[in-house]
Design a protein around this ligand. Structure first.
Ligand SMILES: NC(=O)C1=CN([C@@H]2O[C@H](COP(=O)(O)OP(=O)(O)OC[C@H]3O[C@@H](n4cnc5c(N)ncnc54)[C@H](OP(=O)(O)O)[C@@H]3O)[C@@H](O)[C@H]2O)C=CC1
Ligand SMILES: O=C(O)C1=N[C@H](C(=O)O)C[C@H](O)C1
Length: 239
């Protein structure tokens, strides 16, 4: 497959290396400083699919440009989801193909699945409070992480005494605290903690490298072409 890489930072470079191992060709690289190319230089004849990992402020514009060029796009950038409805509407209007995941790691998507199951069970038995903690490298721009937000949304859907989240210790019982920590080059850790008067239960995912994210993004890129609409890891992994 010919893959257009948009963003050639930590993720773009990890994906490029793994794409080569999987026999793919890099059709081109679009990056703020590492390349002079633009998305408008590419068409479906020159790129089968684009993979976008850039910045919260550029994700929507990059997705829009790919959709306008008719190139299916796999987006991994986080921190832009307040624009997700616009991206969905444009995908529909242009009969395009968009894949989005706040986290492409297969392990994290299993974590999301177990998180929802656990929230429902913990609420059913009662007596527990719940919080979310995420730990990332100091270069990370958005806070809380996209993965922590997906986790929080999963809890709020299944644990009805939490109705909103707050990115600091909770003030009201109905608030789900998401605590964010930035340290060194931590790749990404997410922990859900339930505490009661008598015990503590935790669900934790810790990424050891970026290769799990890169593999998931490539699996999505291999799966997306030929499918029209907006998709995510639940469809890809049949979770
Ligand atoms: N969904 C997932 O599984 C994962 C998501 N992410 C998310 O992916 C994004 C990128 O992460 P990461 O690779 O670690 O970040 P980096 O900062 O290492 O890389 C981002 C790259 O994008 C470039 N860039 C910035 N703006 C644009 C633009 N408008 N067009 C093209 N390129 C641009 C940057 O250039 P320059 O450095 O010159 O500014 C940089 O090379 C983040 O939002 C992060 O949260 C990360 C890991 C996994
Ligand atoms: O910026 C990162 O590094 C990561 N971002 C994603 C997020 O915001 O959840 C996924 C992963 O945790 C790494």
């Amino acid at each position: 497959m010919k893959i257009l890489l948009i963003g050639y930072g930590k993720m773009g470079q990890t994906i490029a290396a793994l794409a080569a191992e999987r026999g793919h060709e890099i059709a081109g690289i679009v990056d703020l400083h590492a390349s002079q190319l633009n998305i408008s230089d590419f068409t479906p004849a020159t790129a089968d699919v684009a993979i976008e990992f850039t910045h919260p402020d550029s994700a929507l514009a990059n997705i829009t440009a790919c959709l306008r060029q008719g190139i299916p796009v796999v987006c991994g950038s986080t921190g832009w989801l307040h624009h997700f409805e616009e991206a969905k509407d444009l995908t529909k209007e242009l009969n395009g193909s968009l894949f989005y995941a706040s986290n492409y790691s297969v392990g994290v998507n299993l974590f999301f699945h177990f998180n929802e199951y656990m929230a429902a069970k913990m609420h059913q038995f009662g007596g527990y409070d719940v919080s979310v903690r995420e730990i990332h490298h100091t270069q990370k721009i958005d806070q809380p992480s996209g993965t922590a937000l997906t986790t929080a949304e999963g809890i709020i859907r299944h644990f009805p005494s939490k109705t909103s989240w707050r990115n600091e210790p909770a003030v009201a019982d109905s608030e789900l605290a998401i605590l964010s920590e930035r340290t060194g080059d931590a790749v990404g850790t997410h922990i859900v903690t339930y505490t009661s008067a008598v015990d503590l239960l935790e669900l934790k995912h810790e990424a050891h490298s970026r290769e799990g994210f890169a593999l998931g993004a490539l699996l999505a890129a291999e799966w997306l072409p030929g499918r029209k609409g907006v998709f995510g890891m639940k469809e890809l992994l049949d979770l």
